[in-house]
Write a protein that binds this ligand. Structure first.
Ligand SMILES: *Cc1c(COP(=O)(O)O)cnc(C)c1O
Length: 382
């Protein structure tokens, strides 16, 4: 692989950070599925960095190089899922430690953290981090060693100021991790804004085709103790991604900048349409000037506001489910960031988390926006 980190994102992505297959001459890197690697007659490894597959795979390294370059990071590490990436980071916190996490984020994260911290005797504090004052006060009060924020948040679309958060966390000696899944490295660069670690569920927009489960952590401080611990945990405990998943990811990421631009454009148009619709109570989308986080989003996001959009249908759960049932193009399914549009009634899935009963969360794909808008209009009954 050549060093392509000085190039722009679209070039890095389209050319898979310069990776080809020198052995065959193929313009696409090859998929090597072997779990173990040869030694020669002198018992020397053919390639010193390749002993055993667990965390030694050329195609995984290719995917990690692309991710690091897209993120503007010194290094990235792939995991078999977004949750595995989050878990790897939090497993570095010692028993009896203290962590701070944004409230009302991706439910899987909140649920796992509550169980994990309870088991390990770690004090877990949850705060509405998009309220910068409340977040700063929580940092001062608890002095957490590791802090997780998620922006834009899923499914509330809250926007948290990464730069202000990093300052508040660093002032009390902690580290800031940002779950940037909904934005992908194309729309937002938390490391440049001061975050210590950026995390993504690569299952979502990064892969973008709803056919790979993966997670990633990236940092600029490769010497930090937490990064050393995370790497050791991945190597020793073995939460690794398989070569085929990495290969698919490399393929998916070639169009990442293109997809994020188109999804953001479609989502913006649909948010504006829904905002004017008389069957819709509220639209949650950072691209709307009326969104409380719009100014921060304008500052810390670039090129669009992402595929994730929630709206509250008038008439509660019954009306929302009826509308979801009438949609013909939006697939009724969880997840986000794929090329195909999805719709989800969060209250059915998480009835006890304070989600408005009429809320539909949409992931906007790259279909023709006129078709998507017509589908929504029909489902909402005009
Ligand atoms: C999906 C998601 C995760 C978890 O990722 P998996 O790949 O499903 O394990 C974490 N955070 C956010 C914001 C997500 O959307």
């Amino acid at each position: 692989m050549s060093d392509t980190s000085r190039l722009n994102q679209a070039t890095i992505a389209a050319q898979a950070a310069g990776s080809v297959d020198p052995q065959s001459g193929g313009v696409v890197p090859s998929l090597q599925m072997a779990t173990t690697y040869l030694r020669d007659a002198q018992y020397e490894l053919l390639r010193p960095e390749n002993i055993y597959l667990r965390d030694q795979s050329d195609i995984v390294r290719v995917a990690e190089t692309i991710l690091a370059q897209l993120e503007g990071a010194a290094e990235s590490l792939l995991f078999p899922s977004g949750m595995a990436a989050i878990a790897a980071a939090f497993r570095t916190v010692p028993n009896g430690g203290c962590v701070l996490v944004q409230s009302q984020i991706y439910w899987g994260t909140t649920k796992w953290l509550r169980d994990f911290c309870n088991r390990r005797g770690i004090a877990l504090h949850e705060v509405e981090a998009s309220d910068t004052g409340a977040f700063e006060a929580a940092c001062v009060a608890h002095k957490p060693s590791l802090v997780l924020i998620e922006t834009p948040s899923n499914p509330w679309l809250r926007v948290t100021d990464v730069e202000a958060s990093a300052k508040a966390v660093h002032a009390v000696g902690g580290l800031l991790m940002v779950d940037s899944t909904a934005a992908t490295p194309v729309l937002q660069k938390p490391l440049a804004a001061g975050a210590d670690i950026v995390m993504h569920s690569a299952t979502k927009g990064i892969n973008g085709h709803s056919d790979v489960l993966a997670g990633v952590l990236a940092t600029n401080d490769t010497e930090a103790q937490i990064w050393t611990d995370i790497k050791a945990d991945r190597h020793d405990a073995g939460a690794v991604i398989g070569p085929f998943e990495a290969w698919l990811l490399v393929r998916g990421m070639r169009t990442l900048p293109l997809r994020m631009r188109e999804m953001s454009r479609n989502a913006q148009a649909l948010a504006e349409f829904l905002d004017q619709h008389d069957q819709v109570e509220t639209v949650l989308y950072p691209g709307l000037p009326t969104h409380p986080g719009h100014d921060i989003a304008l500052r810390q996001m670039n090129g669009g506001f992402g595929p994730l959009l929630s709206f509250v249908v008038k008439g509660g759960a019954k009306a929302a489910l009826a509308a979801a049932g009438k949609l013909e193009l939006f697939h009724r399914a969880t997840s986000l960031g794929g090329v195909e549009s999805l719709v989800e009634h969060r209250h059915t899935i998480e009835p006890h988390t304070g989600i408005p009963e009429g809320l539909l969360r949409v992931s906007v794909g790259i279909e023709d926006v006129a078709d998507l808008q017509a589908d929504l209009a029909r489902a909402l009954g005009i």
